[in-house]
Design a protein around this ligand. Structure first.
Ligand SMILES: Nc1ncnc2c1ncn2[C@@H]1O[C@H](COP(=O)(O)OP(=O)(O)OP(=O)(O)O)[C@@H](O)[C@H]1O
Ligand SMILES: [Mg+2]
Length: 253
């Protein structure tokens, strides 16, 4: 089976800094794939490269077998790919509804746009209650939901969510993940999710990639990686797992 999204040997640099060095991964239709890694590992850069936000100096990124154009974010969005950026970035003075309408800018006609709004409201009843509130007044969890809702306005087939749990209370994070899984279940949405911690994703993901220093260190099914030991070793760059078990006690991975 060919992958829906396939990155091979992608390299991205910021000036002299090599942020992605030969990054390869694939996401199949209907999968929930998590990319986990520490601060500065290259997770956000990987998503930016896919979404066309940063130039790549080498490698290929394919969606349904077609090479994605580099640095053409709008064109890529039209191909059914949507990014929920790290840190949410809602427009604080605009209402919930207005924020969602901004997300639907690619939709030409009013009827489609109204249908998309209704669909998002259905998935996020909490947003519906806050429809006319300025987004800046929402809680962190509500802003995260708004940010996801906005990404859904273009009716994407593949959604990338960059650190959805950042700064949110555990129960709220669970609620966000439940909605993401419901979207997968009901709409066949495919998800690529960045996280710094493997704690939750072992429950929610189908497959996991561990990234460090701009390259994939380990990947496998959540089932195979369930005990977390191999993930910890890859995440922190340990040679073996047992001897270092104490080092990772209480650490985020
Ligand atoms: N706009 C930029 N200009 C220069 N360097 C950058 C830029 N964005 C990221 N970097 C650097 O590229 C590397 C990868 O960063 P990236 O943000 O992709 O990591 P990350 O895994 O998303 O980290 P975090 O968990 O902190 O979000 C880091 O060394 C970072 O400092
Ligand atoms: Mg990041």
């Amino acid at each position: 089976m060919s992958a829906m999204l396939e990155l091979s040997d992608v390299e991205v640099r910021y000036g002299r800094l090599v942020a992605l060095r030969g990054l390869s991964l694939e996401v199949h239709k209907g999968e929930v794939v998590c990319l986990i890694g520490p601060n500065g590992a290259g997770k956000s850069t990987a998503m930016a490269a896919i979404a066309g936000g940063v130039p790549r100096v080498a490698g290929s990124i394919r969606l349904n077998g077609q090479e994605l154009p580099a640095r053409k974010p709008e064109q890529i969005a039209r191909l059914g790919l949507s990014l929920v950026p790290e840190g949410r970035h809602v427009f604080g003075t605009l209402t919930v509804e207005e924020n969602l309408r901004v997300g639907g800018f690619l939709r030409g006609n009013a009827r489609e746009s109204a249908a998309a709004l209704e669909r998002v409201a259905g998935y996020f009843p909490r947003l519906k209650e806050r429809w006319t509130s300025p987004a800046g007044r929402l809680s962190g969890g509500e802003q995260q939901m708004l940010s996801i809702g906005r990404a859904l306005m273009t009716n994407p087939r593949l959604v990338m969510v960059d650190e959805p749990s950042l700064g949110l209370a555990p129960l709220i994070v669970d609620a966000v993940y439940e909605i993401l899984l419901e979207l997968r279940e009901r709409e066949g949405l495919t998800l690529l999710i960045n996280e710094q911690s493997s704690h939750r994703i072992l429950r929610f993901a189908d497959r996991i990639y561990v990234i460090r220093n701009g390259t994939i260190q380990l990947h496998g099914t959540a089932e195979a990686l369930r005990d977390g030991e191999a993930i910890k070793a890859a995440y922190f760059g340990f040679k073996g797992t047992g001897a270092n078990a104490n080092v990772v006690e209480g650490a985020k991975a």
